[in-house]
Design a protein around this ligand. Sequence first.
Ligand code: BYC
Ligand code: FE
Ligand code: FE
Length: 483
Amino acid sequence: MAELVNVEYDTLIPNNVGLSKDRRVQKALEKWHPGYINWWNDLIPREFQESLVYLRTTVSVDPKGWAKFDYVKMPEYRWGILLAPEVEGRTIPCGEHMGDLAWQEVPGEYRALLQRLIVIQGDTEPGSVEQQRFLGKTAPSLYDMRNLFQVNVEEGRHLWAMVYLLQKYFGRNGREEADDLLRRSSGSEEAPRMLGAFNEETPDWLSFFMFTYFTDRDGKMQLESLAQSGFDPMSRTCRFMLTEEAHHMFVGETGVGRVIERTCQVMKENGIEDPYDVDKIRALGVIDLPTIQKKLNMHYTLSLDLFGQEVSTNAANAFNAGIKGRYMEHRLTDDHKLTDATYPVTQLENDAIVLKDMPALTAVNMRLRDDYRRDASGGVGRWNKLIAKHGIQFEMVLPHEAFNREIGVFAKKPFDPDGKLLGQTEYDERVGDWLPNKADGDFIASLMVPCTEPGEYAGWISPPKIGIDNKPGDFEYVKLHMA
Ligand code: BYC
Ligand code: FE
Ligand code: FE
């Protein structure tokens, strides 16, 4: 067991899967490695490649002692293959094989299904790094820059995690898919990333914080579901990825919170009570709360699309096969097979939104989206507490799920954020009040000036309450390389 927990550093690729004894997979990964390094080096601006970043590196998958902090040049980060420890006698938690011993090899009949899910998961990871590639240049502090790079190297590691599964378990086909993960790229015309949200831009730091709060949280929900997988290597991989995901969402929640905090503080200092006094607030160099709400609307709704169709036979098949479970499957007290169960699904009937009981098996995407909405509302409540503490009359809300959708029953329908169906013309006239418009984007862009002295923070964001690794806010989180 000890060798499973401790990470081997004797190979080029740190791992706890005994890679040095698995020549075939080690060779495949070493062949893939240069392409990955090229991808990274082409993507991340040169000056940051040479800089020393205070990063957390995994040294063990033991939850008590897995992380070590040190200055690292990003291209030298030890991206590794790390699986949570094997649970002796683990069984398949759901579907028609429920109760059988979990699979250590890919079950032939589910090969294509499993490979497709691994490829989709793998595709999002580099996609997000591509979306965030320019943000280092406008970091509001060295603390934030370090957090960005921590998230980026870990998303890179998540790509490695999926590539390992493809190369170890899916033969030549898997190796080709692994290569394609470096061929597609975010926003590309010819070869875009597979899911919509990963082809959008992350143009500024407020978007980055919203993305890590809302879109990384889709990552959490999907990984939780895949952690239930009856295919044990998938489950163990995802369980370890989840330990990293928590930090990404922390960066998002505290990031948005710090923006809100700063806006409220500046409003107070200048005697501004009305959160809609946008021009006055912007003139003070902070982002008005209604604009923050627009960014929230945008990133939340893009993330809702990542749950797929409300009613999905793909999802039913994956659940029934025991390849993908539900959120917290082990805590649910039903039969875990959903043979006769129903689940209320939102549908459109003659332009009215209705809840209809559908076979629960086909509604697992909808169910996960509902779990997501509950999970995402927690941070929104905490943001509202910050606003209330300053005595400002404003509440952030999650928009109605029918608003601004591209996938599912509400796709392309002109609903407003309250869930009211409008005419297309009225919608088009008003959408700039609900989603960031050109002027909003230009204003936020104008605030994105880099702050690179230790302890220096841009005027539109508060310093963090506590630093990383118990370091103070003015710690030199990145030692910048000066060209
Ligand atoms: N964009 O039957 P449906 C993360 C396609 S984020 C484009 O509902 P299903 C991360 C769909 O592929 C987590 N296409 O599909 C976060 C299907 O196409 P085909 C990523 C879409 O399979 C931040 C068709 O529409 N992981 O880790 O039930 C930073 C019919 O749809 C979209 C996963 O997603 C879309 N939004 O549900 C870094 C887990 N939605 O096959 C990383 C793996 C649907 O008919 N993926 N389509 O041609 C899955 O579990 C499922 O594939 C989905 C879709 C939940 C995504
Ligand atoms: Fe990830
Ligand atoms: Fe993440």
